[in-house]
Design a protein around this ligand. Sequence first.
Ligand code: GLN
Length: 235
Amino acid sequence: AGFAVAGDQIVVATDTNFKPFSYRNEDGNYVGYDVDIWNEIGKRIGVEYELRPMDFNGIIPGIQSGNIDVAVAAMSITSKREEVIDFSYPYYKAGITIMVRADEDGVKELGDLSGKVIATKQGTSTVPFLKENTEAGKVAPKEVKEFPNITDAFLELRAGGADAVMFDLPPLQDYAATVGKDAVKLVGPLYLGHFYGIGMPKGSELRKKINVALLEMQESGKLNELHNKWFGSDS
Ligand code: GLN
């Protein structure tokens, strides 16, 4: 009862483009760590679902309005979000960092982004992070450009329309490895260390089942196996 779609089929949102958690491969299929984690949870709890890739910006409002039953979207568990949606136990530890063009020598950390144009992704935790740090006087960016899709922020950096991209570490690492060290580099420490969790509407009856499945996957080594598949290392 209370699910977005009649019958047993629930709506599971994922990000359209957050490598290597969820992205479209050459065959046009959505794959990644989040997709695999959800497929495994879905099997274990026995629900039918529709996987719905979306721009991240629409995901939290979609959970709040009840149009989305579950979101597996590299979603950071934050105090503000915890007030409006429910989260599963954390399943990944991440953080945000800075990417610049390879020939950029003046940027080593957040404060060096003063006077610079920063590109990031709309609706993500980097946006309030930059706002709060600007208000606190730790950085004074010339402009923060927000894109619905992080790929557009990468292109903006390469084209010179931005001096830096600030965003979650995994997609930045993936992009840097793809385009090579002559093109871009990651600089600075890991800011805003946060955990990813699976999001659900407040009071969702799926939360307990999802948590049990996640914990079983952790205990059995399944989660570690999937981590190895996507990151090439133990979790
Ligand atoms: N982890 C970031 C956040 O939750 C980015 C999520 C994403 O782009 N899918 O805001």
